[in-house]
Design a protein around this ligand. Structure first.
Ligand code: ZN
Length: 198
């Protein structure tokens, strides 16, 4: 299932996921100029962390590193929340893309359709709410080999990519909620903040 030969997950230990209140979550991630061994290792550790935490995506910010790097795997959630992806109009086998490592990603909405679905975040465990986002997006990023990936996505992959790219710019999914919804979540957010260790 690993797309890149460089990904070997056997001896990699999961990292600690920082929670709401950690300053990394509100920072803008630095562009990655060189995909060196440190970046390869970090990507491997992030993939392992995402699986260990049962998440479908993880941004470098969530392991305390403010870099333009995020990982996604939508396959474990596929039955409940399907995804589709295309390159040059040709539909892809999703498995061939997973786990997806996005380095220096750019994301653009395609068309006007929007969709509203429940999201959660490993940095805010237990907090869930509906977020409206563009239904289909174009994602342009580098993979671990440094080659450019340019594809369109719908479903959970589109949503997860938008959620993770937001993280890389210091944006959290709660920033998309109404003031009223946000107010309901304040007790939990205050709890995370009081427990934040950094
Ligand atoms: Zn998140």
């Amino acid at each position: 299932m690993a797309r890149s030969r460089k990904i070997k997950l056997s001896k990699i230990k999961p990292l600690e996921v920082v929670k709401y209140g950690h300053p990394a979550l509100r920072s803008k991630g630095k562009k990655i100029d060189k995909i060196d061994d440190a970046i390869l290792t970090l990507a491997e550790e992030m993939i392992e962390t995402m699986y260990a935490e049962d998440g479908c995506g993880l941004a470098a910010h969530q392991v305390g590193r403010s870099l333009q790097l995020a990982v996604i795997d939508v396959m474990p959630a596929y039955e409940d929340r399907p995804s589709r992806a295309w390159i040059d109009g040709r539909e892809l086998e999703l498995e061939s893309l997973m786990p997806l490592v996005m380095i220096n990603p750019e994301i653009h909405p395609v068309g006007d359709e929007r969709s509203s679905e429940v999201e959660g975040c490993l940095s805010m465990p237990g907090l869930h709410d509906e977020v409206e986002r563009p239904a289909r997006v174009r994602i342009i990023c580098q993979d671990l080999d440094g080659s450019t990936l340019d594809f369109e996505a719908e479903g959970l992959l589109s949503r997860a990519a938008q959620h993770e790219v937001d993280h890389l710019h210091g944006i959290l999914f709660i920033d998309h909620l109404s003031a009223e919804s946000l107010k309901e979540h304040q007790p939990l957010l205050r709890k995370f903040q009081s427990q934040a260790s950094f």
